[in-house]
Design a binder for this molecule. Structure first.
Ligand code: BGC
Length: 768
């Protein structure tokens, strides 16, 4: 392989690829993705290559291509491409000699750059490509090229660049060929519309070239290019800037959303930045980024410098993928860095990414939980279609009211060649208690009573109502059970009494009972309003009747909590050969899902995740036994698995093992394996990186609705520093191997936290 990832100790804000290899374009396209939460784009090259995926997405603009397909986030007409011809020769790194190729992402200011020297025939050119999506102006993106002629001959340059709508999501074309026009003589505009959701897009592009050029517009089907001819002086340079903007008719910052108004607004906004150079725009965006870096910075002093880089990498991606501007949108499992999982939102949000925002940017977390409130209608629809009550959240979600959007058919079975049915949308039901868990954690950490009263309590009660209707009575045993589900371990389909599902459902129901009681006693008006919706007398009776009879799988004599009713009786397979391979799912080269269903093989943390989220229900010895039992049977084929294992093993005192998991987890996207991120980055794993640092080694957790801080650093770390918001106060934690300090400003309320069973009151600083 000619390209590799290069990280250096003195560049702790930089992700770098050295060397160019068209076989591995997907890696940096995804891990160097750009974005600002409003839009996201893969870090595709300016020139085109076979095998590239040049996606640009705008959050929330879902469209269903056809009734046989599910709605997905459409790949927007491309605005980054620039095709150069030098003395008639097309610029491509596949020809000639390429020297000093480096592609870099600066995590601090979100600048993507590429540098190289290209020698082809008589040409010797040095390129510096730079681009970014503005964090300060959500609609604006900009790209800049500097070409230096390293010969004594003048070079004739032809540039074809504009907006190209001949793009698709793996073949599904989501846009009609809208109107096109040249505005004010210089702004190219294209107005495509999504075919089904009828979302109107307005895309505008302007080119600026530092030498005189001859221009010719060229419109085609779904495309609008400008052709420029100019000269590159001998030993001279030319700079080209391509800046643009995207607006849509669902933008919540527009006063008028009809096409004419949006077009005018787009031009006005371009004119407003007329005087600003590429560097001015970049600087403005960098200032917006700096606000994020200044809020609760994390400092890791480690023998391995990549640990510090990894937390910055995770933080960068968590912000570019999250539509912090609009609560009708949520985070996709691949963020906006690829077509994988179609831009859909999973439990990944509540269990993996939301905690980062809840603890560090509660205003953004509020948007994410509000999305679930807006999703109640869809959740009601789903429950009803299954003959159930309450709110049953969709396994995969898109526009909040869409309801279930999980595709029904997936990859071909290796034995039969037939498409495999995806059962998650039907029976992976733990998502409902995961949503409730996320809301409860948000309320515990932030103390946001307004959200609680207006929205949060309702979600917590409506989800409990769903579970009460979902429970099935087992006459023989006189208990309630949950049959025919998929738990977090998706390699076990149609199982009964998945421990994670049953315990979390139990928690959801019992918490709702407590909540209704406390509302009745302490918050009369909220009680009355919700009573109108739920009829509490009737609902409480049902919840109370069932709650203590919910079947909660107990440990076997060996101390193992059965993952489900049948798991422990299945065949055991030695996974060592699969675990040592690069990439995931290698098991499926040898077995199909039906066969794996019959084995004690687990895709990702299941019982162990339960033990992490509900740590007080299980003692340390039991956790150790289960860890030692389940981990060897876990392939970690889902990127959601490693962070859970890292945190739990740190809790259990297995710090070396934990640190191995940590390293494997950070390698999922940042690592050497160049094929791991083709379909997009792993959003949950990035949330997991923050959790490993703050929950795992920082030992911060909500325990029985109380803050708990119990740090334990891996031996490679000498110091860890981070901050978080708790009940409106900003806390800073500084940890070294022997001691730790928690501090906050002296004003404001005192904060009570637990450490090893003891209560501490923090007024200004506590050292332990
Ligand atoms: C995992 C799920 C996850 C989904 C999206 C699957 O491979 O098994 O737990 O929600 O990916 O990230």
């Amino acid at each position: 392989m000619n390209a590799f990832m290069n990280y250096t100790r003195d560049k702790l804000w930089q992700i770098e690829q050295v060397g160019f290899d068209p076989e591995v374009l997907g890696k940096t396209e995804a891990i160097m993705a750009l974005g600002n939460g409003y839009m996201g784009a893969r870090a595709s090259e300016e020139e085109s290559y076979v095998g590239e995926t040049r996606d640009i997405f705008v959050a929330g603009t879902f469209n269903q291509f056809d009734e046989n397909e599910v709605t997905e986030l459409p790949n927007v007409p491309d605005m980054w491409a620039m095709n150069f011809y030098f003395n008639g020769k097309s610029f491509t790194l596949l020809d000639g000699e390429v020297k000093d190729y480096r592609k870099k992402l600066n995590l601090k200011n979100g600048l993507l750059s590429r540098e190289m020297i290209w020698i082809c025939g008589d040409l010797k050119l040095k390129f510096v490509f730079r681009k970014f999506i503005s964090k300060a102006r959500r609609h604006v993106l900009s790209s800049h090229v500097k070409v230096q002629n390293m010969t004594d001959e003048v070079v004739k340059v032809h540039l074809r660049s504009g907006i190209n709508g001949q793009v698709s999501n793996e073949g599904s074309q989501h846009f009609t060929d809208g109107e096109k026009g040249l505005m004010v003589g210089k702004y190219i505009q294209m107005m495509p519309q999504t075919t089904h959701s009828k979302i109107q897009f307005v895309q505008t592009v302007e080119h600026r070239i530092t030498v005189p050029s001859k221009n010719r517009p060229e419109t085609g089907r779904r495309s609008f290019f400008m052709n420029y001819d100019f000269e590159l002086p001998s030993n001279g340079t030319v700079e080209i800037e391509k800046r643009g903007s995207i607006y849509t008719s669902i933008d919540n910052d527009l006063e008028f959303r009809d096409l004419e108004h949006i077009r005018i607004k787009a031009v006005d906004d371009m004119e407003a930045i007329e005087e600003m150079t590429f560097d001015d725009l970049l600087e403005e965006s960098a200032i917006a980024w700096q606000k994020i870096w200044d809020k609760h910075p994390i400092i890791i002093e480690s023998k391995n410098f990549k640990d510090q880089l990894a937390i910055r990498f995770a933080t960068y991606h968590l912000h570019i993928m999250t539509p912090a501007h609009d609560e009708r949108m949520n985070i996709g499992a691949k963020g906006m860095s690829g077509e994988g999982y179609k831009g859909h939102t999973f439990w990944d949000t509540e269990i993996f990414m939301l905690p980062y925002f809840t603890y560090t940017h509660p205003n953004i977390a509020k948007k994410l939980v509000t999305y679930r409130y807006l999703g109640l209608d869809g959740a009601h629809k789903k429950a009803k279609s299954n003959g159930l009550d309450g709110a049953q959240y969709p396994w995969e979600a898109a526009w909040p009211t869409d309801g279930e959007v999980t595709p029904v058919w997936g990859a071909a079975d290796i034995l039969t060649g037939q498409a495999t049915k995806i059962w998650s949308g039907f029976i992976e039901q733990h998502i409902t208690s995961d949503v409730a868990f996320g809301v409860k954690q948000y309320l515990d950490v932030t103390g946001d009573t307004q959200f609680a009263q207006e929205k949060g309590f309702e979600i917590l009660i409506d989800t409990a109502k769903f579970w009460a209707s979902r429970l099935e009575y087992n006459q023989e045993g006189d208990f309630y059970e949950i049959k025919d589900v998929i738990g977090p371990d998706e390699y076990k389909e149609h199982v009964n009494n998945n421990a994670y599902t049953n315990y979390t459902a139990y928690w959801n129901v019992s918490f709702a009972i407590q909540l209704i009681d406390s509302l009745r006693n302490d918050q009369q008006s909220v009680y009355e309003r919700l009573n109108q919706k739920f009829n509490f007398t009737k609902l409480l009776k049902i919840l109370q009747e069932k709650v203590n009879k919910i079947y909660l799988p107990r440990p076997t004599d060996e101390g193992i909590i059965p993952q489900d009713d049948s798991y422990l009786s299945k065949q055991i397979l030695d996974l060592s050969v699969y675990k040592s391979k690069d990439g995931v799912d290698s098991l499926f080269h040898d077995y199909n899902l039906e066969q794996v269903n019959q084995m004690q093989v687990t895709k990702q943390a299941d019982v162990l995740l339960l033990m992490l989220l509900f740590e007080d229900l299980f003692d340390k010895e039991l956790k150790l036994k289960n860890f030692d039992y389940y981990e060897p049977k876990t392939t970690h084929d889902s990127s959601l698995s490693l962070s859970t294992h890292a945190i739990l093993s740190a809790d259990l005192g297995k710090l070396n093992e934990s640190y191995d998991f940590f390293n494997k987890a950070i390698a999922i996207d940042m690592g050497e394996y160049m094929k791991s991120s083709d379909a997009g980055i792993h959003a949950a794993s990035l949330g997991g990186i923050w959790q490993m640092v703050v929950f795992g080694y920082g030992g911060v957790r909500m325990f029985n609705s109380k803050l708990r801080i119990e740090p334990h650093l891996p031996k490679e770390w000498s110091h860890l520093e981070f901050g978080f918001d708790y009940q409106g106060e900003a806390l800073t934690v500084k940890i070294d191997q022997a001691h730790f300090t928690v501090s906050k400003l002296d004003n404001g309320q005192n904060i009570v936290f637990m450490h090893k069973g003891q209560e501490y009151t923090l007024q200004n600083m506590v050292t332990i």
